[in-house]
Each structure stands twice: as C-alpha cells, then as structure tokens.
Design a binder for this molecule. Structure first.
Ligand SMILES: NC(=O)C1=CN([C@@H]2O[C@H](COP(=O)(O)OP(=O)(O)OC[C@H]3O[C@@H](n4cnc5c(N)ncnc54)[C@H](OP(=O)(O)O)[C@@H]3O)[C@@H](O)[C@H]2O)C=CC1
Ligand SMILES: CC(C)(CO)C(=O)C(=O)O
Length: 314
C-alpha cells in the first residue's frame, strides 16, 4: 500500500512547530513528511538542517524531503497550509500539484475564512476550518523558537472519516487535535482575541503587559472586541460578552513584554496581515451596515505609522 504523505507549506513559526513535533516524536516511518519552503529558509535547512528550540529542547531535524516551493510534482494526502494570510494565494497557486481529490487541506492562518479562501483556489481537495493555539517565531530562516502555547489545533470535522489517520497521527506526535462540529465559533473566538489585540498593539506600539496595565488601552481593547462580536453575530456566529471576558482573562497568561506578531511586522514597516486582521473587519462591517469606529481609528493610526516609516527610509 502507498505510504501516506504529509506536506507542510511554509516553514515559519507555525509550520516549523508542527514539523518539529512530527519529526521529533514520530514512532516509525509509516508516514512521509515533507517541508515545502523557499528562499533563505530552504537554503538554510538544506545546508544546516532545521533548528527547533523550545523551553524543553534544542534539536536539529531533517524532513524526509525538503522541497522548493513551485517545484513539487506529487500530490499529498494531507497539506498543512502555514504561510501568513497574505502569502496564501501565491503559495497555493505555485504549488497546485500538491493537491488532488484525495488531499485534505488544513489552513492554520489567523483568519475566519481561510478554508473558504483556500477552497476556491485548490478546487478538488476537501479544505477544513482550523486554527492553532501557539506562540512560535522565526529566529532566523530555518530556525524556529517555540515560546509557549500547547500547539492545540482545532479542526472542523471533515465530511467522512477517511482522514482519521491524520488526526490520530498528529495527536500521537504531540500535536493535540480537537475535532469540532462548530468550527466557525472557535475560529471567531480566536479571531476576537488576535485581531483586536493585534490592531491595538500595532496602532499604539505597546506590549501585551502595557495593554493589561493601562485602563485606557484595556477599555479600547474591549471596544474593539465588541466590534468583532457584532460582526460575528451579524453572521449568526454565537460569540458574545462571555467570550470577551475570556479574552481578557487569556491576556493574563502572556508575558508582560510579549508583542503580537502583527505589531512586530508593523515595527519593521511591513503591512503583514493587516488586510485580514484589520481592513477586512472594517470592510465587512460597513458592507453589513455595522459601524466600527474603533477599528477605523486603529487602521488610521497603523497607516500613519507605516507612512512615517516609509518616509523615514526614503
Ligand atoms: N506564529 C504563531 O505563533 C502563530 C501564528 N498563527 C498564524 O499562522 C499563520 C502563519 O504564521 P507564522 O508561522 O507565524 O508565519 P511566518 O512568517 O513565521 O511563516 C510563514 C512561512 O511561510 C513561508 N512562505 C510564504 N510563502 C511561501 C511560498 N510561496 N512557498 C513556501 N513558503 C512560503 C514564509 O517564507 P518567507 O520567509 O520566504 O516569506 C515563512 O517561512 C499566520 O496567519 C499567523 O497569524 C496562528 C497562531 C500562532
Ligand atoms: C498569541 C499572540 C498574540 C502572541 O504573540 C499571537 O499569536 C500573535 O501575535 O499573532
């Protein structure tokens, strides 16, 4: 029987964490795991191996095959999409050959509609809603540091049980998988936290500790979350004030000096995931007759920061 195969497309914070868990914990070679990367990430892994650091370990690992994005010719049984949201489209388009009608696609972006977006591009495979709870960053291309979070993956149930092997395998490799029938609610709950906190931290250039300890910033954060809740409810997704309270509580688990990854991108003058974290919240709200003055204010401030940085570098 043909070996099952898994490809991770995008070896950054998320893709690297999942790849490391599989490579470090797999118990046999019954399933093939390939990395699809590009540029410096590809070159560094090729020449030095893949370095994964966590509070428990520092290991150099090797995927079964390291492949250059755009040059892959075989379809996979499971494809984990782990690029940032703004790179998804081009990554999928240049790697169409990795998908066929037997592939399951797991998109892990901080988006509420990643599965719909990917589905329209890949056409044949089944794409399920998914999200991951994790803090893991690129130190250098091909070198990933896991800073916290269990790496728990929440996945919307596929149409059949033919992919159960994949979920069992990931679980056995130390990636906790939770299959749920109400995936949109989970995705929106996560988006409520990430989008609002990302927007606020990027607009004001503040750490998570500064947001926690500054009553004005904390109130602004709550207003932003309320704008997400009204958008979710407008789409019949049942998140409410109790989720806002849970998000406030969740912030207390983060180190005071932690910054969101969106803020780190803005600091470098990059737009990062602004389109999916901020701009689309505004456009979707307005399209549905909702007002979102706090998101609009964050967007304005973020744009000003970006313009200021672009000016400073000219
Ligand atoms: N990091 C985290 O802890 C968490 C992140 N998320 C979400 O997960 C998603 C991924 O985030 P994260 O892992 O941090 O992002 P990173 O930027 O760390 O990693 C993305 C990787 O994808 C690569 N990539 C982009 N386009 C291609 C392509 N065409 N072919 C091959 N590789 C490509 C990038 O390479 P290159 O450098 O060359 O662009 C980069 O290595 C985001 O939506 C994020 O919001 C969710 C939960 C936690
Ligand atoms: C959880 C959090 C906020 C950690 O930095 C994150 O995932 C992000 O920045 O996108």
């Amino acid at each position: 029987m043909k070996k099952k195969s898994i490809a991770i497309l995008g070896i950054g914070g998320v893709g690297g964490f999942i790849g490391a868990k599989i490579l470090a914990n797999r118990f046999d070679d019954s399933i093939k795991l390939d990395f699809i990367s590009r540029g410096a990430t590809y070159e560094n892994i090729k020449s030095k191996g893949f370095l994964f650091t966590s509070p428990e370990e520092e290991v150099v690992l090797y995927p079964d095959d390291l492949l250059l994005s755009g040059k892959v010719e075989e379809p996979y049984d499971l494809v984990i999409l782990a690029t940032k949201s703004q790179s998804m489209e081009s990554a999928i388009i240049e790697n169409q050959s990795i998908f066929d009608e037997n592939t399951l696609v797991l998109p892990l972006q901080n988006m509420v509609n990643a599965a719909q977006f990917a589905s329209a591009l890949v056409k044949k495979p089944e794409v399920v809603d998914a999200c991951i709870y994790l803090i893991s960053n690129v130190q250098n291309p091909g070198q990933i540091r896991h800073l916290g979070g269990p790496g728990k993956v929440i996945v919307g149930k596929p149409l059949s049980d033919k992919f159960d092997w994949a979920f069992e395998y990931l679980n056995q490799c130390g990636i906790p998988i939770s299959l749920v029938s109400d995936a949109p609610t989970h995705l929106w709950r996560k988006f409520l936290f990430i989008s609002s906190l990302g927007a606020l931290s990027a607009a004001y250039d503040v750490t998570l500790g500064e947001i926690r300890n500054n009553p004005e910033l904390k109130t602004l954060w709550e207003y932003l979350m309320e704008e997400i809740i009204q958008l979710a409810q407008n789409r019949d997704v049942p998140i409410d004030h109790s989720d806002l309270m849970a998000a406030l509580e969740m912030l207390s688990n983060f180190p005071a000096n932690a910054k969101t990854s969106f803020q780190l991108d803005i600091e470098k003058g990059w737009t990062g995931e602004k389109k999916t974290l901020v701009d689309e919240v505004i456009s979707d709200s307005l399209k549905n007759g909702l007002t979102c003055p706090y998101y609009q204010e964050m967007e304005f401030k973020i744009d000003k920061r970006l313009q200021h940085m672009a000016g400073a570098w000219e």
